[in-house]
Design a protein around this ligand. Structure first.
Ligand code: AHR
Length: 442
């Protein structure tokens, strides 16, 4: 279901500008994570996602599902270029029967796709594929499935292209469930050994996410889960000795986790993927050993294929070069705008059938239809204004200027306006006034 169909926005003022869905295709409010990394001159050399495109221009499949009964596979596409996953394709292919995730496509041009980890290290059989429909979430009103790996499951690519080797710099980010973790080794995403063996400290550089305080590296701060750097032979917290009291437990439903580094040092950052900013848990920590990266990619297993950890992966990418904090901050904003955990809204004549307990406003970017979406909930009837301004501060459109009843409402903005930078403002009388920027490209 789309967020809105023409004719549902009752009371929306249509003036010089046209606000119907079909008029919005040339409007881009925000870039996707890998467009942001590219702007920072640290391009993605691997981009994996179960839920959405990580490039504005990506139009290929996100992942592949295998039907257990006949071993047939099906690629799971996007709803539209640069948009969200079309999970209905998976639902209809599996028809309620068992299936697994057989491949997670790399959206970058490098072709670094992930498949089940092969025999090697602690795996005496190839890893099992994750169950395809174990983890359903909503993201900005779109149904999606995460990749839930636990005992004996995990993904890998030992023959990658473009991933850092030796002492080259890189950055890694991931969005995973904040709730599904354990204290076993090792829920990792990032750069690992190509031979699936423990080749010594410095031969890996991955995000570790979980509640394992690695033996000999404690005490850890709080009870976990934490974002640590798995550099091999230890889950490094980012201090002088690997230990770091500033690396705090992260409590949230969806976590944004980051590890990045260069030949001299590494850094760790973490945040709530639904809200707020990233916290730097470790900045430029000295390396415990020179990095001798090998450039394989792991997801859900350790460098030596240790397979006892648990986690649910939604999206992540690996860059060539070490991204700046400000580029990562922009990626975090984009992740928040993507709308993890935002439920589907049941729209009835422009209103949503749900009780609102707190006045709320959420503004996000609909990557599928390239438009700004404003969801707001009112505890009681209020006067609402939603306006667009140009860079000189002139109001160029007033989309809502009316009383709205209690309940949930949705408004959209896209217009036949020249390319440029615009600003939106949503004001609910006596409750809140929020503003933001939108970039329109032609
Ligand atoms: O560094 C922690 C883990 O130790 C690695 O992921 C694994 O390769 C080794 O067992």
């Amino acid at each position: 279901m789309k967020w809105c169909a023409p004719g549902m926005r009752l009371g929306v003022m249509v003036s010089l500008f046209v606000f119907f869905d079909f008029a919005l295709q040339s409007v881009y409010a925000e870039k996707c994570p890998c467009d942001i990394y590219k702007d920072g001159k640290t391009p993605c050399v691997a981009a994996h996602s179960m839920v959405r495109a990580l490039f504005e221009s990506y139009d290929g499949p996100l992942y592949q599902v295998r039907r257990t009964s006949d071993n047939k596979t099906m690629d799971i596409p996007l709803k539209s270029k640069g948009g969200y996953v079309n999970a209905a394709v998976q639902d209809s292919f599996l028809g309620g029967k068992p299936g697994t995730i057989s491949k997670i496509y790399d959206q970058s041009e490098m072709g670094n796709h992930l498949v089940k980890s092969p025999i090697g290290g602690w795996l005496y059989q190839p890893a099992d594929e994750a169950i395809a429909n174990d983890t359903m979430i909503m993201i900005n009103g779109n149904k999606a499935y995460g990749c839930y790996t636990h005992r004996h499951m995990g993904y890998r690519n030992n023959t990658t292209k473009g991933i850092a080797t030796g002492a080259q710099s890189e950055g890694i980010y991931m969005v995973a469930s904040g709730k599904s973790v354990n204290d076993s080794c090792c829920y990792d995403y990032g750069n690992a050994e190509t031979n699936m063996k423990n080749n010594g400290t410095g031969t890996m550089e991955t995000i570790y996410w979980g509640s394992m305080c690695y033996p000999g590296f404690g005490p850890c701060t709080g009870k976990g889960p934490w974002v640590f750097a798995d550099l091999e032979n230890g889950l490094f917290q980012g201090g002088e000795t690997g230990r770091n009291a500033q690396n705090l437990t992260v409590i949230c439903d969806y976590v944004t986790a980051i590890v990045k580094g260069n030949s001299k040092n590494y850094s760790i950052r973490a945040g709530d993927a639904q809200n707020g900013t990233l916290k730097t848990m470790a900045s430029k920590a000295p390396r415990p050993a020179p990095n001798k990266l090998e450039g394989a990619i792991v997801l859900g297993v350790g460098g030596d294929n240790s397979w006892a950890a648990r986690g649910i992966f939604f999206e992540g990418a690996i860059t060539s070069g070490e991204p700046s904090d400000s580029i990562e901050d922009a990626v975090q904003k984009n992740i928040i705008n993507a709308g993890y955990g935002k439920i589907a809204v049941k729209i009835k004549r422009g209103h949503v059938d749900q009780t609102v307990t707190e006045n709320t406003v959420g503004v996000s970017y609909d990557c599928s239809l390239h438009r700004v979406v404003v969801n707001y909930g009112l505890v009681e009837s209020r006067s609402v204004q939603f306006s667009i301004y140009d860079q000189q501060g002139r109001q160029i459109a007033r989309i809502i200027n009316a009383n709205r009843t209690s309940g949930w409402h949705t408004a959209f903005w896209g217009a036949r306006v020249p390319a440029g930078i615009y600003f939106w403002n949503v004001m609910v009388e006596g409750v809140f006034s929020k503003s933001g920027k939108v970039v329109v490209r032609k």
